[in-house]
Write a protein that binds this ligand. Structure first.
Ligand code: ASP
Length: 323
């Protein structure tokens, strides 16, 4: 009898705590620089997510560096109270294969809330490159071996993964220039300080439309429907058979965040990802909003585990590690 009473009291306390949540602003940590693709998704999502979270302010905190691992580590160590969340991308799954010492355990230090979207990538170059098409780019790369600067957002970033597989496929080594995100990398590409970059369409579409960068190919096996990108060939059809890199974003909370709060954020996310304006903005940038079962913590965790298994061997074969 006593046990039942205690269980009921605890359930009532947990219920009351969840009902009160959120009663102050929530911070979403973005593990890359402001203005980049992960940041853009987070800021866009924050606006619609707030509606399902008592209209509380959702603040974005950019903690860039080390391919996203610094920001993710900050969330892994944050108080598990629902006021610190993480929006991360495929780096969640690629970093474990790249770092000898990870500052967190990807599958055990987080509560998984759900997947947000899928985003293809594009291979772009500075506007002053003499090449205009993908075959011309390959010729230029062959002719400039040892002098090519490839920008990325650090080891473990999506741009790193894509660039790594691209170099491997072409058998051309390039000098990688790491940034805290692809927003600052884009600034240098626009300034001509670096030559090429592989980055999400959410960051490159506007610059391609404005003619400020040269676009050479998309990294998915299918061409894209977005008008500004529809003419671009795939790397697969351009000779790099099987080249297929499409990235995704997901939402996480520190391990130990009460289930009621995780569920509440998940419910708010489900509503946010149905918002027609959010969907329209994402689609205009080439992203596909997730509406299926992957928008569920347990399913997303299974997906990330499968991604770790998928990318780990390819990254290890490329032999790139950081301590
Ligand atoms: N697009 C970046 C990457 O390469 C990350 C970012 O700046 O959002 O992973």
């Amino acid at each position: 009898m006593k046990k039942t009473l205690l269980a009921l009291t605890l359930a009532a306390i947990a219920g009351a705590a969840a009902a009160a949540y959120p009663e102050k602003p929530i911070t979403i940590v973005v593990p890359f620089a402001a203005g980049g693709p992960t940041d853009k998704v987070a800021r866009d999502l924050a606006v619609v997510l707030a509606k399902g979270l008592n209209n509380q302010t959702v603040i974005i905190e950019n903690v860039g560096g080390a391919g996203g691992t610094l920001g993710a580590a900050k969330v892994a160590k944050a108080a598990p109270d629902g006021y610190t969340l993480l929006l991360h991308h495929i780096g969640m799954a690629t970093s474990p294969a790249l770092y000898r010492k990870m500052p967190y355990d990807t599958l055990n230090d987080f509560e998984y809330i759900g997947m947000v979207n899928e985003v293809p990538m594009t291979l772009i170059g500075r506007s002053t490159l003499p090449a205009n098409t993908y075959p011309e780019l390959v010729k230029w790369l062959e002719a400039n071996k040892g002098k090519i600067n490839l920008a990325n957002a650090g080891l473990g970033a999506a741009s790193h993964l894509c660039g790594l597989l691209f170099q491997q496929a072409l058998k051309i080594d390039m000098t990688t220039v790491p940034y805290k995100g692809t927003a600052p990398a884009m600034t240098d590409l626009l300034g001509g300080q670096v030559d090429i970059m592989c980055d999400q369409t959410t960051n490159t579409t506007g610059q391609i439309e404005a003619g400020k960068v040269k676009a050479f190919a998309v990294t998915t096996t299918k061409r894209l429907a977005t008008p500004a990108l529809a003419k671009l060939p795939t790397l697969d059809e351009s000779g790099l058979k099987g080249f297929n890199v499409s990235i995704w974003h997901g939402m996480y909370a520190p391990k130990g965040t009460p289930k009621a709060i995780v569920d509440q954020v998940n419910t708010a996310m489900k509503a946010a990802l149905k918002d027609p304006e959010f969907i329209k903005r994402q689609e205009a940038l080439g992203a596909v909003v997730v509406t299926d079962s992957r928008l569920n913590g347990a399913e997303h965790k299974k997906f990330v585990a499968a991604e770790i298994d998928k990318w780990g061997p390819a990254i290890k074969a490329a032999g790139q590690y950081a301590d």
